[in-house]
Design a protein around this ligand. Structure first.
Ligand code: BTN
Length: 331
C-alpha cells in the first residue's frame, strides 16, 4: 500500500530519533515543497504529535510512545488479524465496547479495533463503571468473529487474561495473577479487567467484543474512593510511567497467538498457562453470586470458564459467574 505524504513525513521524522531533520532533506526525500511539509506538520500536530520546528534546523519529532494514534499502534504491530482491517482511535468516547458493538452490528470485520484516550461511561462486569481518565490507561475493544458456539465464548475471556498477563510479565518486573474469571491482579490489587460481550445468531456466535481496560499510568488520585483500596496501576507498582502503545502492541501479539492456538484446537496450552497465573485449584475460596454465596475448595476451572467448587458436603457446584474472595483461614 502506498503511503500518503503525511505518513511518509512521519516515518522520516521517526527515523530521525528525536534529532533535527532538515526541511531540505525532507523536501528532497518526499519530492514535495516546503509549504506542503508545513501543511503536513500542522496536520500531525492536530492529531496530537509534538513536532518542534526551527528555521535553521528543520523539524524534530518528540517521543511518540504514549500516543494512542493509529500510526503509532500500526508502527511495529506484529499481527495478521488484529488491527489489520481498521484501528479506530478516539480522543473521547462513552465506551469502546459500545462503539465496537455499533460497528459490529454494521458488519465491521474481525480484527477491527476501537481504542480511546478516555471513556465517559467505561463499563465493567455486572454493570460496574470502569474508571477511564484521559491519557493514562488502555481502553481497547476488539471485534472477533470466531466460528464457535455460544458455549465456547468464555474461552475468549480466558485467553484474553493469559495474553494480558503474558504481555505484562514480558515487559515489566511484575508478579501478575489472574483472579477468576477475568481480573488481572498485582499484589492482590486490580490492574486490568476484561469485559466480553457476545452477540449470537441462532446457535452460533455472530460476533464477540472483547474489551480490555488496563491502568497503566493512572495516578492513584484518579481512582474513585470506593476502589482506592483494591485498584492499582503500572505506575503505582513500578514507580515509573510506561508507554501504553508498547504494551498494547505486545498484548495484541500475545492475544493473536492464543487465538491461533484456540482455532487450531490447542487450547490446552492456553488453559495450562491460565491455571499457572490463577493458582486457584485446590484452594479454599468464597464466591459471591447474585442471589447467594458458596464456600469451598476449587476442584478445577473448565475450558468453558466454569469454576468447579466442592462444598463442605462434598457436593461439586458449577459456577458460571461471581466474585471470588479468599476466606480468612486463620480462624
Ligand atoms: C471488569 O473488570 O469489570 C471489566 C472492565 C473492562 C473495561 C474495559 S475498558 C475498554 C472496554 N470498554 C468498556 O466500556 N469496558 C471495557
Amino acid at each position: 500500500m502506498r503511503m500518503d505524504t503525511k505518513s511518509r513525513l512521519l516515518s522520516l521524522l521517526r527515523a530521525g530519533k528525536e534529532a533535527w531533520v532538515s526541511g531540505e532533506s525532507i523536501s528532497n526525500e518526499l519530492s514535495v515543497s516546503r509549504a506542503a511539509i508545513s501543511k503536513q506538520v500542522r496536520r500531525l500536530r492536530e492529531e496530537g504529535y509534538t513536532i518542534d520546528s526551527s528555521p535553521g534546523k528543520g523539524y524534530r519529532l518528540k517521543n511518540t510512545m504514549d500516543l494512542i494514534l493509529e500510526e503509532e499502534i500500526r508502527n511495529g504491530l506484529e499481527t495478521e488479524i488484529l488491527g489489520q482491517p481498521e484501528i479506530i482511535c478516539l480522543k473521547q468516547t462513552d465506551s469502546t465496547n459500545k462503539q465496537a458493538r455499533v460497528l459490529a452490528d454494521k458488519q465491521a470485520p474481525e480484527g477491527t479495533l476501537v481504542v480511546a484516550e478516555a471513556q465517559s461511561r467505561g463499563r465493567g462486569r455486572k454493570g460496574r463503571p470502569w474508571c477511564s481518565p484521559e491519557g493514562t490507561g488502555i481502553y481497547l475493544s476488539m471485534i472477533l468473529r470466531p466460528e464457535i458456539s455460544p458455549a465456547q465464548a468464555p474461552c475468549m475471556t480466558l485467553m484474553t487474561a493469559v495474553a494480558l498477563a503474558d504481555a505484562l510479565t514480558g515487559l515489566l518486573p511484575l508478579a501478575v495473577n489472574i483472579k477468576w474469571p477475568n481480573d488481572i491482579l498485582v499484589k492482590g490489587r486490580k490492574l486490568a479487567g476484561i469485559l466480553t460481550e457476545i452477540s449470537t445468531d441462532m446457535d452460533r456466535v455472530d460476533y464477540i467484543i472483547v474489551g480490555v481496560g488496563v491502568n497503566v499510568n493512572t495516578p492513584f488520585e484518579a481512582f474513585p474512593a470506593d476502589i482506592k483500596d483494591v485498584a492499582t496501576s503500572i505506575r503505582k507498582e513500578t514507580g515509573a510511567s510506561f508507554p501504553r502503545v508498547q504494551l498494547l502492541q505486545a498484548f495484541l501479539r500475545e492475544f493473536e497467538h492464543c487465538y491461533h492456538s484456540f482455532q487450531t484446537s490447542d487450547f490446552q496450552s492456553v488453559m495450562h498457562r491460565w491455571k499457572q497465573y490463577a493458582d486457584i485449584i485446590g484452594h479454599r475460596i468464597r464466591v459471591d453470586m447474585i442471589d447467594r454465596h458458596l464456600e469451598g475448595e476449587v476442584v478445577d476451572v473448565a475450558h468453558d470458564g466454569v469454576l468447579m467448587l466442592r462444598d463442605g458436603d462434598h457436593q461439586v457446584h458449577r459456577i458460571f459467574s461471581g466474585d471470588v474472595s479468599f476466606p480468612d483461614t486463620s480462624s
